[in-house]
Design a protein around this ligand. Structure first.
Ligand SMILES: Nc1ncnc2c1ncn2[C@@H]1O[C@H](COP(=O)(O)OP(=O)(O)O)[C@@H](O)[C@H]1O
Ligand SMILES: [Mg+2]
Length: 246
């Protein structure tokens, strides 16, 4: 079942067209890769879907409902969640409190309910010692905490904006396993913005390639990775083997 669609969505910043006439859809349980060079418009596209910014043109629908100009907190309540490219843990709070914030704001849960939900998420993501201050967490734990905070919204659609950045190979594998599990067990539609092609290959069912605000290719990894336009735009002519070190 289709959860989310955009129709001809465009975002202009003064003279710059950051997202240009993008139409796409995501289905439940699907893991969609969103790739493209820096400045391609990937984060802006996620900002439009999550309601951080409003589009210049076009329509966004979630489960058949027009949400184009709906405020971000209402979209969160409906089931659209995301993590941020620049991680922003709330530094005076512990790990568990950071996660609880998600369900308190989006779902209006009590502190007690929020803690129970957050503990369940920590268990699911193998996060331990949940009352530690965020200054004592590893990068992997912070990334998982950010995912858990997004999951505390009980989302049906989740966007991860460069969540693997800064992780080593083992840690990346850990997050890949988490994402696969979320799509499979929670049936969440997951959009993954990621630069490492090896991660995209292992993780995604489908890939959308953006360049200069437009979708220039879309399809399975095996197909788009052979597309000359994608190789030129994204890989800068490099071969697949050279870009698969994850
Ligand atoms: N708030 C903003 N105001 C002006 N320009 C912006 C703003 N946000 C993004 N841009 C510009 O839009 C383009 C796309 O940026 P972004 O969506 O962050 O790309 P990506 O995530 O693919 O690297 C870039 O040229 C960027 O400088
Ligand atoms: Mg970005």
């Amino acid at each position: 079942m289709i959860r989310l669609t955009t129709k001809n969505i465009t975002k202009r910043f003064l003279g710059l067209v950051a997202v240009n006439n993008v139409s796409f859809s995501m289905e439940e349980g699907e893991i969609l890769g969103i790739i493209g060079p820096n400045g391609a418009g990937k984060t802006t596209f996620i900002n439009l879907i999550s309601g951080i910014i409003m589009p210049s043109e076009g329509v966004i629908e979630f489960k058949g409902k027009d949400i184009t100009y709906m405020p971000a907190h209402e979209r969160a309540r409906l089931g659209i969640a995301r993590t941020y490219q620049l991680i922003h843990p709330l530094e005076n709070l512990t790990m568990i409190e950071n996660i609880m914030v998600g369900s308190i704001f989006a779902k209006g849960h009590s502190l007690k309910e929020a803690r129970i939900i957050a503990l369940g998420l920590c268990d699911e993501l193998s996060l331990r010692d949940v009352d530690r201050d965020t200054s004592r967490l590893t990068i992997l734990e912070i990334k998982k905490m950010e995912i858990a905070r997004a999951l505390a919204n009980e989302p049906e659609v989740l966007f991860l904006d460069e969540v693997m950045a800064g992780l080593n190979t083992e840690e990346t594998k850990d997050i890949i396993a988490v994402v696969h599990k979320l799509a499979r067990e929670r049936n969440v539609a997951i959009g993954v913005i990621e630069h490492v092609m090896g991660v995209i290959r292992e993780l995604t069912h489908r890939v959308m390639v953006m360049e200069a605000g437009e979708i220039i290719a879309e399809g399975k990894y095996e197909d788009i990775s052979k597309n000359p336009r994608v190789i030129e735009a994204y890989l800068g002519g490099a071969t697949d083997a050279e870009t698969t070190k994850s």
